[in-house]
Write a protein that binds this ligand. Structure first.
Ligand code: C5P
Length: 397
């Protein structure tokens, strides 16, 4: 997949540098040649010896190392790569990149290069959220740097939130997408994702536990294969995919309107957990608590967006894909759902608590098409997405 691609991997100083070691292995397994560069701070977290052993290559550490300058100057080093990957990227290296500073080997390489640059940030959540970091992030993106992650989750410092470096396999997927074939280029795909919020009054709403993880991962995989993705998302927990056109909505009715606006499309994938009901006559004012007087909610049915699009007489996308989260008789229920909704494929999964799939990082799906049911082995949600995206590409091309 990455056969003979030359990757200059800059590790900067964060606890996530240990994942950099695994990243080197994963890149090399796929045929890449990895030339490692360590900052002084990175050496506090991983040793040059382990990095060079895993990379099978000398580690570059010092701007003023005369031997290196004689063998290969920093200009040449930065240009002899097909891609420069900074993982983990600290707040500090992002700040240097945004300002164009060059006071050590890593920052000098980044300034001296005309090679594409990809960064995988990793830092404490407060540092990530800080206005200065967000400003630097916007600047480096504007300068053409691609940014992978960070992910939400538990952090080494004991806090929780965005700032965890993307997993090595996610980074490898982004690198592969950078070099890979783009069979979906020129194809427009609408993806719905996340939960919906149905208001009771201006401050209260009815929601569900969808995180938006699977829909986001699939949209990302479609972008990575070159598709133009319109990503219609309810209030999700995970950050939207890089490179998609994001339309944020709250309610099922808004999601329906956004999907209709996004059509026509070559394919539509409905991964959202749309609320089945909305509150009839939601109040325009906050309902007041009155002792002994309990409000009664009555419901109205929400439009079924998937069924509506799958059954359009004109302007139906060539491929319409639905999802089905089931806890029992998964294949029978999902097969019936495919026919009832009129979609082409259903991606069914067993969300019984004992599977650990809901909220977990792995998924085991059954793909239901007109040819029958195909059960895939359990794998990461990222791998499920990459394979589904490839199937969508095969169907559209
Ligand atoms: O009927 P059920 O909710 O199980 O169907 C799930 C599939 O239908 C998912 O693909 C979901 O995104 C879609 N759906 C929709 N609009 C609704 C309800 C479900 O698009 N109102």
């Amino acid at each position: 997949m990455l056969q003979d691609k030359r990757i200059l991997l800059i590790l900067t100083g964060g606890i996530a540098a240990y994942k950099g070691l695994d990243l080197i292995r994963r890149l090399r397994e796929r045929g890449a040649q990895v030339t490692p560069v360590l900052t002084r701070a990175a050496e506090q977290f991983v040793t040059p010896l382990s990095v060079s052993a895993l990379a099978g290559h000398k580690v570059y550490r010092d701007l003023f190392d005369l031997t290196d300058e004689a063998e290969m100057g920093h200009i040449q080093l930065s240009r002899s790569a097909d891609l420069i990957l900074v993982a983990p990227a600290t707040a500090d290296i992002m700040a240097k990149m945004a300002q164009g500073r060059a006071d050590d080997l890593a920052s000098t390489l980044l300034l001296a290069t005309d090679t594409p640059v990809m960064v995988a940030p990793a830092m404490n959540v407060r540092m990530w959220d800080h206005a200065a970091t967000q400003r630097n992030l916007a600047q480096i993106k504007q300068d053409g740097v691609s940014v992978i992650g960070p992910n939400d989750g538990d952090m080494a410092c004991g806090e929780f939130g965005p700032g965890r470096m993307s997993e090595p396999l996610e980074i490898v997927a982004a690198v592969a997408a950078h070099f890979g074939p783009r069979p979906l280029s020129g194809k427009r795909i609408v993806v719905t994702s996340g939960p919906t919020h149905e208001p009771i009054d201006p401050v209260r709403y009815i929601a569900n536990r969808s995180s938006g993880a699977q829909g986001t991962a699939l949209a990302q995989a479609l972008v990575d294969l070159g598709a133009e993705v319109v990503f219609v998302t309810g209030p999700a927990e995970v950050s939207p995919p890089r490179g998609a056109h994001v339309v944020s909505v709250q309610t099922a009715a808004e999601m329906m309107a956004a999907v209709e606006t996004a059509l026509p499309a070559d394919a539509a994938v409905f991964a959202a957990a749309v609320a089945d009901w909305r509150v009839r006559g939601a109040s325009a004012r906050k309902l007041k608590k009155q002792a002994g007087d309990l409000p009664t909610l009555s419901f109205a049915e929400n439009p079924d967006i998937l069924a509506h699009v799958a059954q359009l007489d004109s302007g139906r996308p060539g491929l319409v894909v639905g999802f089905a989260a089931e806890t029992d008789d998964v294949i029978d229920n999902a097969t019936a759902k495919r026919l009832r909704k009129g979609c082409d494929w259903i991606v069914a999964n067993d969300v019984s608590p004992e599977t650990g799939i809901m909220g977990g990082t792995e998924n085991a799906i059954t793909l239901i098409t007109d040819a029958g049911a195909e059960t895939w082995p359990r794998m990461s949600k990222t791998d499920v997405s990459a394979q589904l995206a490839q199937r969508i590409a095969n169907a559209l091309t």
